[in-house]
Design a protein. Structure first.
Length: 262
């Protein structure tokens, strides 16, 4: 059997499944960063542009660039209304196609654990940030139960199924992030955790939007219909509905920010 890997070529599924979570965490992340308006920004691993749009809406950047390896994701980013004026290009986080010291803020949203060499990715972020510039990231706390779809993962594990993880899942932990940022020579390193919550109109809505993304769908597709229904029933039992049938779920992200030496 071919090894299963997480892929993000279905941009519509990503938009419906993960982007709402990304925007919630991204908003809290930006509150913490509190950047000045009119800055030059780079969004590394911009995906469908959800985080770039938040920056554009809230901080009127002088320049907003996004880079991602998936052309399918980039097509959605370019069409996103809130990100008008931003430029989205295809490229590699470990070899950013920008000159040294170009940006005031270089950010990586939910991406560090997908970078083949996280230390090289951070070094590239530092290279393209100006002296005194901000280098920051946030990542789901994957290994400590912080993933938005953790209730599904928990029942997968109980059924003997290993959920799909990014290639460098450990790099999203608080200690790992701190080590990467300090190892890159950054100053005034700060970390924190943020918690976000979503409420769904019903369990069926939660299930439908939580089982379509690359990190969840492949293991489900490999199950029989009967096993998948049994797993769904167990996940339903984890998410108690309120009097109106609504269910709520939480997620937790680790964040880091630091500055390039002046």
């Amino acid at each position: 059997m071919a090894e299963q890997v997480i892929r993000f070529e279905d941009a519509d599924a990503y938009e419906r499944g993960m982007s709402p979570w990304s925007r919630l965490a991204g908003a809290r992340f930006l509150d913490w960063l509190a950047p000045p308006p009119g800055s030059r920004w780079l969004d590394v691993g911009c995906g469908t542009g959800a985080f770039s749009a938040l920056v554009a809406e809230r901080y009127a950047p002088m320049e907003m660039q996004g880079i991602d390896p998936s052309e399918a994701q980039l097509r959605v980013a370019r069409a996103r209304l809130g990100a008008r004026g931003a430029a989205f290009v295809r490229g590699d986080a470990m070899a950013l196609p920008f000159e040294r010291a170009r940006f005031d803020a270089v950010v990586m949203a939910l991406v560090i654990f997908f970078v083949p060499d996280p230390a090289q990715g951070v070094a590239e972020m530092v290279r393209v940030a100006r002296p005194g510039g901000l280098v920051a990231a946030y990542a789901w706390d994957l290994l400590e139960g912080g993933f938005p779809f953790e209730p599904i993962w928990q029942e997968m594990r109980a059924a003997g199924i290993t959920p799909l993880l990014p290639p460098n899942a450990m790099s999203g932990g608080l200690r790992a992030l701190g080590g990467l940022w300090r190892g890159a020579g950054l100053e005034r390193v700060e970390t924190r955790q943020i918690v976000v919550e979503r409420t769904f109109a019903s369990f069926e809505e939660y299930w439908a939007t939580s089982t379509i993304t690359g990190g969840v769908r492949p293991p489900l597709d490999a199950m029989t219909v009967e096993d998948r229904e049994r797993l769904k029933t167990r996940v339903r039992a984890r998410l108690a509905a309120d009097a109106m049938g609504r269910v709520s779920a939480r997620a937790r992200a680790n964040t880091i920010k630091a500055f390039v030496p002046s």
